[in-house]
Write a protein that binds this ligand. Structure first.
Ligand SMILES: N[C@@H](CCC(=O)N[C@@H](CS)C(=O)NCC(=O)O)C(=O)O
Length: 291
């Protein structure tokens, strides 16, 4: 049996939506050593055969539900034939002391990395969960085409999408982010989580920092990033660090900065269509031909 064999999944609820289905699921994760939840939008085209998968990684405090309820992405996923998958943002109910006490680490704050430090390392393995275990699970249960995967995310999830996408050029054809945490090891807001999960070795932190990773991974996939200029977290998100790293390494980056938009799902809902169309260019080019 594969170490990433996800076992059986339980369907918690399903809802018909734009001709397809929004579903919420739970399974016993071997990688995280606890039950994990995710949501999935199956577009109507999935009834005819495998469709590309576009992951959305959510931000701090979110579950697998926020994006499905608030972003309004299903309308465009149904048009483009994209399967949307939204994992939870961390393991939960693991029994780790203080797991629920602070919103920037522990529950809802897995930072999409593999913790190496006690007490987190036994469960907080979100990087391997998203990259390895979840796709295998999906392929067992749904008509998904794992040769066509894209990844996007918001805030902490934007950080996750950039890091996971950059480090896995062979797995993800397309990457985008909304208000991503671009340089987490340089911010007093996010560095404490890295210290807890990864210890005090800066080299280990750099494996999960998009600005640092851009210097390591050179490939032609362009990045799309949107950022609101009335975002209260702007100072800690550091899009300028990402832009500078892209400029220095020749990476194609479309960084769109929007006056008046904040950090909320109102911002995400306003721009999500552009992100799905960005990914569709690479995941299902034919879908953009129709008017
Ligand atoms: N700490 C604040 C802010 C948390 C926050 O803004 N989280 C963002 C991601 S960084 C989010 O998407 N929240 C969920 C939502 O708006 O539905 C809170 O708990 O309300």
């Amino acid at each position: 049996m594969s170490p990433f064999d996800p076992g059986a999944i339980a369907s918690l609820q399903t809802h018909h939506c734009f001709g397809g289905t929004v579903g919420f699921y739970e399974h016993d994760s071997r990688v995280c050593g606890c039950p994990m939840r995710f949501s999935l939008y199956a577009p109507p085209q999935m009834q005819q055969g495998p469709r590309p998968v576009l992951y959305f990684l959510s931000g701090l405090t979110c579950t697998e539900e926020n994006f499905m309820v608030k972003a309004g992405a299903q309308r465009f996923a149904a048009e483009l034939g994209l399967c949307l998958v939204v994992p939870d943002t961390s393991p939960r109910h693991t029994g780790i002391p203080d797991e629920d006490t602070d919103w920037v680490y522990g529950s809802g704050a897995g930072f999409y990395l593999n913790a190496t430090q006690d007490p987190w390392k036994r469960h907080y393995q979100m990087y391997s969960y998203v990259v390895e275990e979840l796709p295998i699970l999906l392929a067992q249960a749904f008509a998904v085409d794992l040769d066509r995967q894209g990844i996007m995310g918001h805030s902490m999830g934007g950080h996750g999408a950039l890091v996971i996408g950059l480090r896995n050029g062979d797995r993800y054809r397309s990457i985008s982010a909304l208000a991503p945490i671009c340089h987490p090891i340089a911010s007093d807001w996010t560095r404490p989580a890295f210290e807890r999960y990864l210890g005090d070795t800066v080299a280990a932190w750099k494996d999960y920092d998009a600005t640092e990773l851009l210097k390591r991974y050179v490939d032609p996939r362009p990045l799309l990033v949107d950022q609101g200029l009335s975002d209260p977290f702007l100072q800690d998100l550091m899009p300028q660090s990402l832009a500078q790293a892209c400029a220095e390494t020749g990476r194609s980056l479309t960084l769109r900065q929007h006056p008046d938009y904040d950090h909320s799902y109102y911002f995400i809902a306003s721009l999500i269509e552009d992100h799905l169309r960005h990914h569709a260019q690479f995941l299902c080019p034919g879908s953009l031909d129709s008017p």
